[in-house]
Design a protein around this ligand. Structure first.
Ligand code: CP
Length: 343
């Protein structure tokens, strides 16, 4: 029996290391045998629903391609056209919607980020409410707390270039200035999955950009169980020193939602951008990369070029950003095959 059949994926932190490894192994198989893998029709005529409360390039396209390549179909759904209850809107209850959708589809993906919620944690709560009532797996396609598909694609990219065993390698997860006011999902997923798998993870950011304390505690616990290291630094010299991978990414302060509630989303965004742009040095440049152990540059996309990273680094010989984007397809095929197909 496939032990992952029917399992939700809200964060990789809720999968065992063995389950994560199984998904990665199958993703590598799908990469190698893209159109001739024995599981190529495992979703024959089946449908995967995708709710997008926020825009996407990679996630929507890679899920649609993944479903097609497994013989099924991914249906794009805009929640606002469906009278659904969300964190911000009244409508059909989650209980009813989840029950009905489970009669049509083999899985449901949900993306709910920055502007679709009013306070941190609402998106996560919505996914968990769907998971409570749906009889098919709920997959996070990025929500305010986590981005599990991205975390798996990042690991796959690092292994592609540096080998399967990343224990002892230093991953620098570094805040970058930017004007996109990002949620914490990709960064929190990254520090969780990579501490879990035994990497030495350094989280670097200017004072004031603290992440979810519960997630930080989990990352510390993961590192201790896996025999790796997890540290938080606020000094860039220390951060880049000896890194094997550099992952720069902007994220918002914890003050974003309280301020937005009081003054509106536009003013909150403007304030975040003004604060972020004061941190001039917090951009990944060739000079910072020179302090690393010839590190690979990784990013989940979309890249805020000129703010999070220079073109020179992003387009340079050590950048693996497009490989990681491609890996979204392979890992999502693996997740769908393992959780939604009778294999
Ligand atoms: N990394 C990622 O989720 O990209 P999109 O926002 O384009 O889907």
């Amino acid at each position: 029996m496939n032990s992952l059949y029917g399992k939700d994926l809200i964060t990789t932190q809720e999968w065992s290391v063995e389950e994560i490894e199984r998904a990665l192994e199958l993703a590598f198989e799908f990469k190698e045998h893209r159109f001739d893998h024995p599981l190529r029709n495992c979703l024959d005529r089946r449908t995967f629903f995708m709710f997008f409360y926020n825009p996407s390039v990679r996630t929507r396209q890679s899920f649609e391609a993944a479903a097609t390549e497994l013989g099924g179909h991914a249906q794009f759904l805009e929640p606002k056209s469906m009278r659904l209850k969300s964190a911000k809107t009244a409508g059909e209850t989650v209980q009813d919607a989840a029950n009905v959708m489970s009669r049509y589809a083999v899985g449901i993906g949900i993306r709910i980020l920055e502007t679709a919620i009013e306070e941190y944690g609402q998106g996560d709560a919505l996914l968990r409410e769907y998971a409570q009532y749906a009889s098919v797996p709920i997959v996070s396609m990025a929500h305010d707390r986590f981005h599990p598909c991205q975390g798996l694609a990042d690991v796959m990219g690092m292994r592609q270039h540096a080998g399967r065993d990343l224990k002892g390698k230093k991953l620098l997860q570094v805040w970058g200035k930017g004007s996109l006011v990002r949620s914490w999902s990709s960064v929190q997923e990254s520090i969780l999955i990579n501490t879990r798998l035994g990497m030495d993870v350094t989280l670097a950011y200017p004072e004031g950009y603290d992440l979810d304390p519960e997630v930080i505690q989990w990352a510390e616990d993961n590192a201790s169980v896996a025999g790796g290291n997890f540290e938080i630094v606020h000094d860039l010299e220390e951060a880049y020193d000896g890194a094997d991978f550099v992952y720069s990414r902007n994220w918002m302060t914890s003050g974003f939602y309280p301020y937005s509630k009081k003054h509106g989303i536009d003013r909150a965004k403007k304030k975040e951008i003004e604060m972020a742009m004061k941190h001039d040095d917090w951009i990944t440049t060739k000079d910072w990369m020179a302090k690393t152990n010839d590190a690979y540059f990784i990013h989940c996309g979309p890249v805020d070029r000129g703010s999070e990273v220079t073109d020179e680094v992003c387009d340079g010989p050590r950048s693996i950003v497009y490989d990681i984007a491609e890996n979204r397809l392979h890992v999502q095929k693996a997740i769908m095959a393992l959780t939604m197909a009778h294999i």
